[in-house]
Design a protein around this ligand. Structure first.
Ligand SMILES: Cc1cc2nc3c(=O)[nH]c(=O)nc-3n(C[C@H](O)[C@H](O)[C@H](O)COP(=O)(O)OP(=O)(O)OC[C@H]3O[C@@H](n4cnc5c(N)ncnc54)[C@H](O)[C@@H]3O)c2cc1C
Length: 279
């Protein structure tokens, strides 16, 4: 199948891009890497009347260390560039799990965050770290925490004419990542990111709900107990009990819950395993 007809513009500033989206009255779409949008259009699951290509908008392509606590990633930073940066190893590892090299070469950080696929890696990392998303729209710039951005499967709190310009990722003290996918490059059935940010251990789990899930009970266990192997196991169990998931063609709900416990435990041991004493 081919995409339905559409117009195409390639603005050279963020203001022009917002104007083009505004003129389309909700029927326009930003195109960044095209790795999710083009398949959606080819299958006619989406029929935007105009594509606003932001690839020539300056200022969206770089990774900057703002201070010792924060890395700012421009919306057009490709997944492959995330895999190569060294400021945030958690982000590098997670990006390496996205699809295949062709997809990582084109796909963008802002695109992944705005697309909000429930099985995508970068939204899980954004929630685990407590990232802050910068967006620009007709009423000006605003910031949105990752947790407030994701509202449902493929659904965010961005308005129609808003464009993600950058994401601020806190640099964690320690972090761990674990993903269960049938084959490397497939979307994860269960993806877990763990990050200690300003002394607090945060967990985010993807693939088990419509948005990344934070199992707060599990985080409370980690905050209130000595970090022994038994504590990590208890937290992993609590994380699996926190999710409500359903069966699909890829896995039964029971299997996903079991994998959540196992992969949470793995991510926790990768993050803090070296400091774990005997239980
Ligand atoms: C075969 C295949 C396998 C894949 N496997 C994985 C995987 O394992 N894990 C994974 O996470 N992803 C996977 N992807 C998706 C890929 O990572 C995409 O690159 C990513 O989800 C979207 O980024 P993009 O730049 O391509 O966005 P696009 O496809 O250009 O856009 C996606 C959506 O986001 C919107 N958008 C894009 N940029 C912005 C912006 N700056 N502001 C506001 N809205 C914006 C678009 O309007 C559109 O609705 C896969 C894709 C394919 C084709």
């Amino acid at each position: 199948m081919k995409a339905a007809p559409f117009d195409y513009v390639r603005p050279s500033s963020i203001a022009e891009a917002i104007d083009a989206l505004e003129s389309a009255e909700g029927d326009g779409k930003v195109i960044a890497g095209g790795q999710s949008l083009v398949p959606v259009m080819a299958m006619r699951l989406g029929r935007p009347s105009i594509l606003v290509d932001i690839n020539r908008v300056p200022g969206l392509h770089s990774i900057e260390t703002l201070d010792e606590n924060t890395v700012r990633v421009g919306a057009l930073v490709r997944h492959v560039a995330l895999t190569r940066q060294t400021q945030l190893p958690l982000l590098a590892e997670a990006a390496g799990w996205i699809g295949h090299s062709a997809i990582r070469t084109r796909g963008t950080t802002g695109g992944s965050i705005a697309h909000a696929d429930p099985s995508a890696e970068l939204p899980v990392v954004a929630v685990a770290l407590g990232a802050v998303v910068h967006a620009r729209g007709p009423v000006g710039p605003r910031t949105i925490t990752a947790e407030d951005l994701f509202v449902g499967a493929l659904e965010t709190s961005l308005c129609d004419s808003e464009i993600v310009t950058a994401i601020d990722f806190p640099i964690p003290e320690v972090a761990g990542f674990a993903e269960f996918a049938r084959r490397h490059g497939d979307f994860g059935l269960v993806t877990v990111a763990v990050a200690q940010v300003r002394g607090h251990i945060r967990i985010a789990i993807g693939g088990v709900g419509s948005i990344p899930v934070r199992p707060l009970e599990a985080e409370a266990i980690l905050a209130d107990s000595e970090l022994t192997d038994t504590t990590l196991s208890r937290a992993a169990r609590a994380a699996s009990e926190a999710i409500t998931t359903s069966s699909d063609i890829h896995a039964s709900a029971r299997y996903r819950i079991a994998m959540t416990e196992e992969y949470t435990y793995r991510a926790l041991t990768r993050a803090i395993g070296t400091t774990v004493g005997a239980s």
